[in-house]
Design a protein around this ligand. Structure first.
Ligand SMILES: C[S@@+](CC[C@H](N)C(=O)[O-])C[C@H]1O[C@@H](n2cnc3c(N)ncnc32)[C@H](O)[C@@H]1O
Length: 331
């Protein structure tokens, strides 16, 4: 069993993404989940920080965590470090005291402590559930202990859309783009299509997880800009064409997943009716792939159903006061 430390504030979204690279992902407290198995893709997740080999869970106090570790079977040897976290600041646990007390348990069991380059890192994660209706939220708290197994690659956090050779306002964050391509099935040896690629942010993340990205956009400026971004920022194969998302120039069933961020209602560049465009793009997506993720400033879930897709999950992500992004994952 694994312990997952989720990222962001929306656990339901993080768990949906994590489920693309882990099995039986189950929430246990704010920002924490367990999983039965881990796949190779875990490292590429945008909304997870780490996975650990779960030792056990108990109440969210240092004493309970110490008792749990005392009683645990520790099937490893070498040097250790303890990293304690108050996940999202939901508990009032003193994490330094937790690290000292848990470290002492490990020393008593014969381990040496090496804070700089330990053979094993013990994660001690303290969190309360988000259930505000609980009479005493502290009672619902969890302390979870586990040996660190894998950390996700956070490099995308340093790569802002504004740093790319071609940038336009409204570009999606690399973290969200990464999650969307994961939800659409991106992994090595897959092909991911964004038929409304804009500045190419979704294509970049598809490429970075090892998929071959294919992008299209109706505007020559976007096609040129995306090509420039991919040329300078991505190793490996990619293809970008100019074309209309309602007539995708690709053979039936020839890509593994489609992701697109539909134009927003307030954008003026859209010729024709936005509803018709998205409906047509969804129908075309269904012709070329068996899974898709559609994003917009309104929910396109109903339109997706009308195009024959089955809606797997929907999410809302508030960007700022006047923009909420609606996400539908469809099969
Ligand atoms: C919301 S933007 C995509 C933004 C992109 N995710 C990014 O981060 O840069 C929507 C894109 O759809 C394109 N578009 C509009 N109508 C289109 C159509 N009929 N076919 C293909 N692309 C279209 C626009 O040119 C625009 O680049």
């Amino acid at each position: 069993m694994y312990l997952l430390e989720l990222a962001g504030q929306d656990d339901r979204f993080a768990i949906a993404e994590a489920a693309t690279a882990a099995s039986d992902v189950t929430p246990i407290a704010a920002g924490l989940a367990t999983a039965r198995g881990l796949g190779d893709g875990f490292e590429t997740l945008a909304f997870a920080h780490r996975a650990s080999d779960l030792l056990g869970t108990t109440g969210a106090t240092v004493d309970s965590a110490v008792a749990l570790l005392d009683a645990a079977t520790l099937d490893r040897a070498g040097s250790v470090a303890v990293r304690a976290r108050d996940v999202r600041g939901t508990t009032d646990v003193d994490t330094q005291a937790a690290e000292r007390a848990l470290g002492q348990v490990l020393v008593d069991r014969g381990f040496t402590v090496d804070l700089d380059d330990p053979d094993h890192v013990l994660q001690a994660l303290f969190s309360n559930t988000d259930d505000a209706s609980a009479a005493d939220p502290g009672e619902n708290g969890v302390a979870a202990l586990g040996w660190l197994t894998v950390e996700t690659d956070r490099a995308f956090a340093d790569r802002q859309p504004t740093d790319r050779p071609f940038f336009q306002p409204g570009s999606m964050s690399p973290q969200l783009a990464r999650a969307l391509v994961n939800l659409a099935g991106a992994e090595p040896k897959t092909t991911i299509l964004d038929p409304m690629c804009g500045t190419g942010g979704i294509l970049l993340e598809a490429g970075r997880v090892g998929a071959t990205p294919i992008g299209g956009d109706a505007q020559t400026k976007m096609v040129r800009g995306t090509r420039q971004n991919l040329r300078e920022l991505l190793d490996g194969d990619w293809h970008v064409y100019r074309g209309d998302a309602s007539h995708i120039p690709i053979a039936d069933d020839s890509v593994d997943g489609v992701v697109f961020d539909a134009p927003y209602g307030r954008q003026s560049k859209i010729e024709g009716d936005l509803e018709d465009l998205v409906a047509d793009a969804l129908a075309e997506a269904r012709r070329v792939a068996s899974q898709a993720v559609v994003v917009g400033d309104r929910s396109w879930a109903e339109t997706a159903e009308e195009s024959g897709w089955v809606v797997d999950a929907t999410f809302e992500r508030r960007v700022h006061r006047s923009l909420t992004r609606y996400i539908a994952v469809v099969r």
